[in-house]
Design a protein around this ligand. Structure first.
Ligand code: ADP
Length: 189
């Protein structure tokens, strides 16, 4: 069976993590979330976690070199050989280049890039609500503002890159979780 090799793009708070887990299950591919891998390393107290934490707490991106190395290792795991869903990667032009070369070296290509769209007011509200529920260190108002700025500067331009390659599908991330999952499934069918 040919499985998807999919990137999920979208601003912080668009619901990528929630939808990534659901879609990955439906599509029978691993959901690879760089944010989750960094957070796991922080809670395990690894060297990578210690390095990543100061960037994450400030709402900044972890340096490309570090992130690229981590993703290359993850994509080399056997469970990602037939397909994957990347949530939160690539986020910079240098990460796009790295992913291109990882895939080219394996003779593979992306099958889909989905942008989950969301309006800014809504995402700020969602992130503030999540801060109360989950207590994530990077969900304070000033850090949220910085994360949205960094997204606009460094990640939003990737939408054009993938659109020019003819890979981009945009899906409205507003509304109930189930509704958004159905929209995504339809867009990928
Ligand atoms: P969100 O999408 O809500 O901002 P994530 O859980 O995807 O949150 O990421 C949390 C933090 O992890 C980011 O703010 C950043 O510091 C770091 N991070 C995650 N993915 C990347 C990436 N591809 N490149 C650099 N840093 C990343």
């Amino acid at each position: 069976m040919t499985r998807v090799r999919l990137i999920l793009l979208g601003p912080p708070g668009a619901g990528k993590g929630t939808q990534a887990a659901r879609l990955a299950e439906r599509l029978d591919v691993p959901a690879i979330s760089t944010g989750d891998i960094f957070r796991q390393n922080v809670s395990d107290g690894t060297e990578l976690g210690q390095l990543a934490q100061k960037y994450m707490d400030a709402g900044e991106y972890v340096p490309d070199e570090v992130t690229n190395h981590m993703v290359a290792a993850r994509l080399a795991q056997p469970d990602a050989a037939d397909g994957f869903l990347l949530d939160g990667y690539p986020r910079t032009a240098a990460q796009v280049d790295e992913l291109d070369s990882i895939l080219a070296a394996q003779g593979r290509e992306l099958s889909h890039v989905v942008e989950l769209t969301a309006d800014t007011d809504e995402v700020v509200q969602r992130l503030l609500a999540r801060a109360q529920d989950q207590g994530r260190a990077d969900d304070t108002e000033s850090v949220i503002r910085r994360r949205l700025e960094v997204y606009a500067e460094q990640t939003a331009p990737l939408v054009d890159v993938y659109s020019q390659r003819g890979l981009l599908v945009q899906v409205d991330g507003m509304g109930a979780v189930d509704e958004v999952t159905e929209r995504l499934s339809t867009a990928l069918a």
